[in-house]
Design a protein around this ligand. Sequence first.
Ligand SMILES: Nc1ncnc2c1ncn2[C@@H]1O[C@H](COP(=O)(O)OP(=O)(O)OP(=O)(O)O)[C@@H](O)[C@H]1O
Ligand SMILES: [Mg+2]
Length: 424
Amino acid sequence: MERCNFLRLGRGRSSTVQGRTNVVNRLKLMSSKGKAIEKYKEELEFLQQQLLETSPLRAFTFEELSAATQGFKRSLVLGEGGFGEVYEGYLIDHSAASTHPENAAFKYQHVAVKRLRQGGQQGHREWLNEVSFLGRLHHPNLVWLIGYCAQLTKLKEERLLVYEFVLHGSLDNLLFQTSDFWLPMPWNRRVDVAIDAARGLAFLHDHQVSHDKLIVINRDIKPSNILVDHNFVAKLSDFGLAHTGPESDSSHVTTRVLGTLEYAAPEYIQTGQLTLQSDIWSFGIVLLELLSGRRALDRHRPRNERKLVDWARPLLYQGMINSLIDPQLGDRYSAEEAKVVLNLVQQCLHRNRKNRPTMKEIFQILSSLKEAEKKDGNVKASTSLVETPETSSRLPLLKEEDQKVEPHPRGASHFHGARSGNRR
Ligand SMILES: Nc1ncnc2c1ncn2[C@@H]1O[C@H](COP(=O)(O)OP(=O)(O)OP(=O)(O)O)[C@@H](O)[C@H]1O
Ligand SMILES: [Mg+2]
């Protein structure tokens, strides 16, 4: 799904109007715009230099990544987004091969390589953001960014990102894949993905880096940015639009409105005020997609069902689980668990952002489902967000690793000898 840049669209329209009324003004505008772009470009180059000097990430050459992807072979394309194409690849680890010549399993590292399509400023900014955030953050529910490449080749300024290869690809692939031999995603797996994604987001929203608190708003939570690995562990990806959270005395940061329209909180679209609750809204939409098996926006449906939130809202308030639940699941789901998820969706999509729960609360409620399941084989989790003495003892706390930043696993062996699968 392509991302939208709402503000850029707005700006384009206004300059066209001005141009029609006065050609001279239009030319002046273009030249000042050109200067501004040049200045912005310089600023980005400076930021890049500063960032890369201290980045713990591995720097790759373009030739290394070209070799890893067999010259960016079309058949190795895993997907394509607003940033560019993503290729499956294998890095040859020469040092491992020389120290373990007899052990081929240590020779290759399975990776996903994202290549910036063209050198626009927005793309460069997203690339920098990804390196900046994912270079500092490491958590089991965030995708592992191994390294980057920034190199001027004969043709263009190349910018790439190298990630761990995540076997099952995105939640979007898993949830909405339709083919004759593809089974619908089982209910338990949907709940597990929701818990993992909530845990990753709770980590972003509140954690310590040394003595400082670092709050990160992802700003682009959606199924195509949630990857699912070989153990069905979900990991958040794509930090190109991420933003540090507000200072303690403020509730929001004012930014350009960026992101994917169907997942963006209404108050953010209207005011440009970005808050932690903007992510909560997006997460609520993802929960609703998991529950219903419908896309946030589906142009193939009848007009009144195209926008998932509009279609679902009356059903949510009437608690009509049977109408909301993915019909592909049949009766293979827990009605009790679905009720808890439905209740959460309602709260995440509260029109007043102040009434939305925090990510920590969401994580605790979702994971209490699993705790209850383990205890007595069925679900008796609370649907309330208010911690009563009765519920609080049952709600698991975030694990210790959720509170702090782990050292970056630079040099850790994530090598595989053979292809473990292919989902194309
Ligand atoms: N680390 C990875 N391992 C395996 N597959 C990946 C990985 N990263 C991305 N992909 C695949 O590539 C696809 C494209 O990803 P990308 O983030 O570029 O675009 P998108 O999420 O579809 O759109 P957007 O640009 O709005 O984020 C994903 O949907 C996923 O299937
Ligand atoms: Mg993406």
